[in-house]
Design a binder for this molecule. Structure first.
Ligand SMILES: Cc1cc2nc3c(=O)[nH]c(=O)nc-3n(C[C@H](O)[C@H](O)[C@H](O)COP(=O)(O)OP(=O)(O)OC[C@H]3O[C@@H](n4cnc5c(N)ncnc54)[C@H](O)[C@@H]3O)c2cc1C
Length: 373
């Protein structure tokens, strides 16, 4: 079988790359080891936070905006919603990473609004704030839908002519001077280029990349008072909050189809495993105790015992930024999500398609260039 481009791994990044390549009329083939929209990688669950004023790097604003633009257009076509812009709070001390990072993004062109301690306290009484804590409001932020979007990106790629092989594990990628060969137990594909988006398995597919999978379960909570509206998404929009001790919480309120979602930053990090060996059991002490104590301290109106938890993992790069772009003449990569990649995946898919076809990228990509390591 021959293709112009093969995309290996159809999670958030790979499904977007497949879609954007198919949109260019290329002969593209997508190969995914599991079902489309499966729960064994990094892109499952109902939602992810969507932010525009990204504390991780001011250059991410353009990529989030590109995702929003592409998802809005796709939604107009499919009748589905992929992003809900409810706004978002970056909370912490005036020099904390969420507050400083959002202010830096604002200086780079993301519209934001600073909230004083008193304004924050009055508007969001759910927060048990420490003295001096403030916030930056990111009005373009909100939530995005995870599994729904992965499935929609693959479906749109197929509609545009892409061929998709689910339940097909890539066992070797052999890049030569004339072509690249992608081997699986059932099919062999020869292509001009390959885009490898293997998530936590990317370092196995392209050896030598400085990537480290990190176990990061997803958790959902509910209000102490089941009739309370305080933790509904409309009253409790998405947020990132850094405490004085450097740890912090992120999450968003509940709505139809999903509960209050919260996670801990800066807690015990579990690394040093192969993605195939991820421990998929949730442990009361290691996983829940520290998170529950942070929830209890931060939001007294929430029951600190989670009502639902599922395993998940992120893939860290050394500087916390993605690895997106050309790796060598025939191999491109999209990975190193570092825990903040979903909101950018459509924009990343577009960048990968542009790199594949040697178009000028729509934004500066130096900070996510895989060659920087
Ligand atoms: C708990 C948690 C919370 C998060 N919160 C947010 C958030 O609020 N906002 C945000 O923007 N991001 C968030 N993220 C990060 C976001 O989910 C990831 O950035 C994104 O899902 C990464 O997608 P990916 O395509 O790199 O990986 P994946 O979705 O895992 O895709 C990789 C794919 O490659 C496939 N694959 C691997 N090996 C092979 C092979 N040999 N052959 C074929 N296929 C193969 C896998 O099966 C998988 O489908 C969060 C992540 C976690 C875990």
């Amino acid at each position: 079988m021959h293709a112009d481009v093969v995309v290996v791994g159809l999670g958030a990044f790979g499904s977007a790359a497949l879609w954007r390549l198919a949109a260019r009329g290329l002969n593209v083939v997508g190969v995914e080891r599991q079902a489309i929209g499966h729960a064994f990688g990094s892109s499952h669950g109902t939602t992810r936070l969507f932010r525009v004023a990204c504390m991780e790097h001011p250059g991410l604003t353009a990529i989030a905006r590109k995702s929003l633009e592409l998802w809005t257009a796709l939604g107009e076509q499919t009748g589905e919603t992929y992003v809900r812009q409810t706004g978002s709070l970056n909370v912490g001390g005036p020099t904390s990473r969420p507050v400083k990072g959002a202010q830096l993004a604002a200086a780079g062109g993301a519209p934001t609004m600073d909230l004083t301690h008193e304004e924050l306290k009055a508007k969001y009484p759910q927060y048990n704030l420490e003295p001096g804590e403030v916030a930056v409001w990111d009005p373009g932020a909100g939530i995005c839908y995870a599994e729904r979007t992965v499935k929609a990106q693959v479906a749109e790629a197929e509609r545009l002519g892409a061929t998709v092989y689910p339940h097909t594990m890539v066992t070797a990628i052999e890049a030569g001077a004339e072509k690249v060969t992608v081997r699986t137990p059932t099919i062999e594909i020869e292509a001009d280029q390959v885009v490898v988006c293997g998530g936590a398995w990317l370092r196995n597919l392209v050896p030598g990349l400085p990537l480290e999978p990190r176990r990061t379960p997803l958790f959902w909570f509910q209000a102490m008072d089941p009739d309370s509206e305080a933790f509904r998404l409309s009253n409790f929009p998405s947020f990132i909050w850094e405490f004085a001790d450097g740890r912090g919480l992120w999450g968003h309120g509940s709505d139809e189809g999903f509960g209050v979602k919260l996670g801990l930053d800066g807690g015990r990090a579990e690394t040093g495993f192969d993605a195939d060996d991820l421990d998929r059991y949730i442990r009361p002490l290691d996983d829940i105790a520290e998170l529950a104590s942070a929830v209890h301290r931060a939001f007294p109106g929430l029951d600190p015992a989670p009502v639902k938890a599922i395993p998940c993992m992120v893939t860290d790069s050394p500087d916390g930024q993605f690895l997106v772009g050309r790796y060598d003449d025939r191999v491109l990569i999209g990975g190193g999500d570092s825990g903040h990649g979903f909101k950018h995946c459509a924009g990343i898919g577009e960048l990968l398609a542009q790199a594949t076809t040697k178009e000028t990228p729509y934004t500066d990509v130096s900070f996510i260039d895989p060659q920087r390591f």
